[in-house]
Design a protein around this ligand. Structure first.
Ligand SMILES: *[C@@H]1O[C@H](CO)[C@@H](O)[C@H](O)[C@H]1NC(C)=O
Ligand SMILES: *[C@@H]1O[C@H](CO)[C@@H](O)[C@H](O)[C@H]1NC(C)=O
Ligand SMILES: *[C@@H]1O[C@H](CO)[C@@H](O)[C@H](O)[C@H]1NC(C)=O
Ligand SMILES: *[C@@H]1O[C@H](CO)[C@@H](O)[C@H](O)[C@H]1NC(C)=O
Ligand SMILES: *[C@@H]1O[C@H](CO)[C@@H](O)[C@H](O)[C@H]1NC(C)=O
Ligand SMILES: *[C@@H]1O[C@H](CO)[C@@H](O)[C@H](O)[C@H]1NC(C)=O
Ligand SMILES: *[C@@H]1O[C@H](CO)[C@@H](O)[C@H](O)[C@H]1NC(C)=O
Length: 382
């Protein structure tokens, strides 16, 4: 008898239009508590296996069949929250927040709101003006710390040509935003003619919305080693690995990965170029590559200077050898063959150089042996 009655009740209940509040519904008085982010209800009888469904896609298990916790509950975007029980089979739903009243314009709300942490200390949020927004619309952005309920208005707005705010920046964020807290970012609007709905997003993990800044590198080097050290700054990310792209001399560039610490020792650096970037370990966020930096790590003897000096020495040596050969050849070989020796010729300082040179070249037919022989003679004489 009881079983029959139950079966009847269940069949009847599941056929009920869901919006009609029946005093015998297993789930009654469905409501949202924005403060605690809970979707909650009253139970009527023995009801079990309850789940909540947000907008037909996101399934959330109920806590002790009493309520569902809605992470990032939006106070601006209307959502359909459905509650479904398996025992007995039953479901009901509610819209939250309440859809815009007839004077409201849903398409006037800010669109495509998104935020980014950048340059270590700043959060910038962008949005676009709602498609159906009246021309006098103005938007303002607030952040709310979900854990402490603390609210801040953003102060540094950027506006479009009409003067409508489309972007806002929070400065010095390390003091205002805390790593493990959740934040709701709300853009609400105002207009003389219409009520403008708000737009919100929930940021549950600040570390994920950071555009990492690149490491700042300093270098000390000498002939044998180059020590590169760098500083990485972030308020919300802590674990990084680093990639260094190093190009030495004319060799192809190599990639070095530094998994521990913030330094790298390069042996025999010579002349090289280096770029660095950081990668966050958990979410694989990447910074940009730093601008290439050039180093010459052999300042006492740069290779170019060495080449110069060597060429100079070779040239000087060649010139000296040539002069010596010319002088000797003229004095003791060629001259002796053409003119008889006279005492005046024994003083090389008084010799007329251009003439000597000319004579030497004219006498180029002289055999090298002549020179060698006379050279020996010269040593004997002096
Ligand atoms: C509630 O229903 C479950 C099964 O659906 C059953 O095991 C349990 O005994 C029932 N409790 C009461 C108080 O009726
Ligand atoms: C809410 O979702 C339920 C199904 O989950 C659907 O039956 C109902 O019509 C929806 N309500 C609105 C107003 O869209
Ligand atoms: C907003 O984003 C949607 C998709 O996310 C895109 O289709 C739309 O063009 C964007 N609107 C503007 C004004 O950028
Ligand atoms: C916001 O817009 C500016 C300019 O168009 C752009 O440089 C910046 O990256 C945008 N920020 C975000 C968070 O989309
Ligand atoms: C950040 O705070 C410091 C002092 O705490 C202040 O000197 C500096 O001007 C602030 N920077 C910005 C961009 O507001
Ligand atoms: C926008 O939100 C802030 C904070 O909740 C509130 O002080 C302000 O009055 C709102 N502005 C409009 C136009 O609703
Ligand atoms: C070159 O630098 C390295 C590392 O900084 C150091 O250990 C070494 O003593 C230096 N050598 C000379 C010749 O200064």
């Amino acid at each position: 008898m009881v079983l029959l009655w139950l079966t009847m009740l269940l069949t009847w209940a599941s056929c009920l239009p869901q919006t009609i509040q029946d005093p015998n519904s297993p789930i009654k008085n469905l409501r949202v508590d924005p403060e605690s982010e809970r979707l909650t209800w009253d139970l009527n009888g023995n009801v079990s296996k309850i789940e909540c469904i947000k907008d037909s896609i996101q399934h959330i298990e109920a806590m002790r069949n009493m309520y569902c916790h809605i992470d990032g509950l939006s106070l601006c975007t209307v959502s359909n929250y459905t509650v479904r029980a398996s025992e007995p089979p039953f479901s009901t739903w509610i819209l939250f927040p309440e859809p815009a009243s007839p004077d409201g314009k849903p398409e006037a709300a800010a669109e495509n709101l998104s935020c980014l942490i950048h340059d270590v200390d700043f959060i910038t949020c962008n949005w676009t003006v709602g498609q159906g927004a009246p021309s006098d619309v103005q938007y303002h952005l607030y952040s709310t710390d979900v854990d402490t309920r603390e609210q801040r208005e953003c102060l540094h707005y950027r506006a479009d040509a009409r003067g409508t705010h489309i972007s806002c920046r929070f400065d010095n964020i390390s003091k205002k935003f805390k790593y493990f807290h959740n934040y709701v970012i709300v853009v609400n609007g105002s207009s003389k003619d219409a009520r403008i709905p708000c737009t919100d997003i929930t940021i549950s993990d600040l570390s994920r919305i950071e555009k990492l800044s690149m490491p700042q590198m300093t270098t000390k080097c000498n002939k044998t080693h180059s020590l590169m050290t760098w500083k990485m700054r972030s308020h919300f990310n802590t674990r990084f690995i680093y990639e260094l792209q190093i190009q030495q001399g004319t060799e192809p560039a190599i990639l070095e990965t530094v998994k521990h610490g913030t330094s790298f020792l390069l042996p025999n650096p010579g002349r090289y170029t280096v770029k660095i970037r950081a990668q966050e370990v958990y979410d694989n966020l990447l910074s940009e590559w730093s601008a290439p930096q050039h180093f010459v790590c052999d300042p006492e003897e740069p290779p170019q200077a060495r080449t110069w000096r060597v060429s100079l020495l070779i040239a000087l040596g060649a010139l000296l050898a040539l002069l010596l050969a010319l002088v000797l050849c003229r004095r003791y070989s060629v001259a002796q063959k053409i003119f008889p020796p006279i005492p005046r010729m024994k003083d090389p300082i008084s010799d007329h150089f251009p003439n000597d040179k000319l004579m030497a070249w004219e006498a180029g037919t002289a055999e090298p042996e002549d020179c060698t022989v006379t050279e020996v003679r010269l040593v004997k004489e002096t």
